[in-house]
Design a protein around this ligand. Structure first.
Ligand code: ZN
Length: 208
């Protein structure tokens, strides 16, 4: 498995391209930007993109979906609970950046806790982690967790936006993600990598 990180979009979100080396099939976790340079970067890898898997519906993780659907013919998956986030993303982007953009229209495939996506000889599993948004999802492949805005290096996602819930994110992190093995590598939606073992010692959620 090869993992490539692309920092994209208006709030520098991490987009992760995960490539099954045997077949060159790939999935993209989050799709933050429709710009041509990002499309070219993905094309350059020569992979066969099978799915876009979205961690949640905030605009800074989904803005490239329509463009990628057009160019690569690939479907984007999200939880149904986060559809309201997709629908209100034009208002949110206006609030955060001052820019007016049209909404993302091609997020119309859904997934939920426990489902698996197969690409090549690899399988990636969905773990529901509400709290940052109602329908936040993480994705686990082998010992690698793609944690979206649920778990960051020494921190967790904010809960003060619509759909956020502090009690839920505490449950998601402490009772679900911290049950994974300590050596699980964590690839967050923003910022640098970490591990479950490190976060079990140093994450701010321990004081919440
Ligand atoms: Zn977010």
């Amino acid at each position: 498995m090869i993992i490539k990180t692309f920092v994209e979009g208006p709030i520098d979100a991490n987009n992760y391209l995960i490539i099954d080396e045997d077949t060159n099939d790939a999935v993209l976790i989050d799709c933050s930007d429709p710009r041509e340079e990002f499309v070219k970067e993905i094309k350059k890898t020569g992979v066969k993109l099978k799915y876009i898997l979205l961690t949640h519906g905030h605009f800074d993780h989904i803005l490239g979906v329509d463009k990628f659907k057009e160019v690569f013919g690939v479907d984007a998956y999200i939880s149904t609970e986060d559809l309201p986030q997709v629908r209100t993303s034009p208002e949110m982007i206006k609030m955060f950046t001052g820019f007016s953009v049209s909404g993302v229209k091609t997020i119309n495939h859904f997934t939920k806790d426990g489902e698996e996506f197969t690409f090549g000889n690899s399988k990636i599993k969905v773990i529901a982690t509400a709290g940052h948004t109602e329908g936040g999802l993480c994705y686990l492949i082998e010992n690698k967790l793609f944690s979206g805005d649920t778990l960051f290096y020494q921190s967790v996602g904010r809960c003060d936006l619509p759909g956020g819930n502090l009690r839920q994110i505490i449950h998601s992190v402490k009772d679900i993600l911290f049950k994974l093995p300590d050596d699980t590598e964590v690839f967050p939606g923003h910022g640098g990598k970490t591990t479950i073992g490190f976060e079990k010692k140093y994450n701010e959620i321990l004081n919440m």
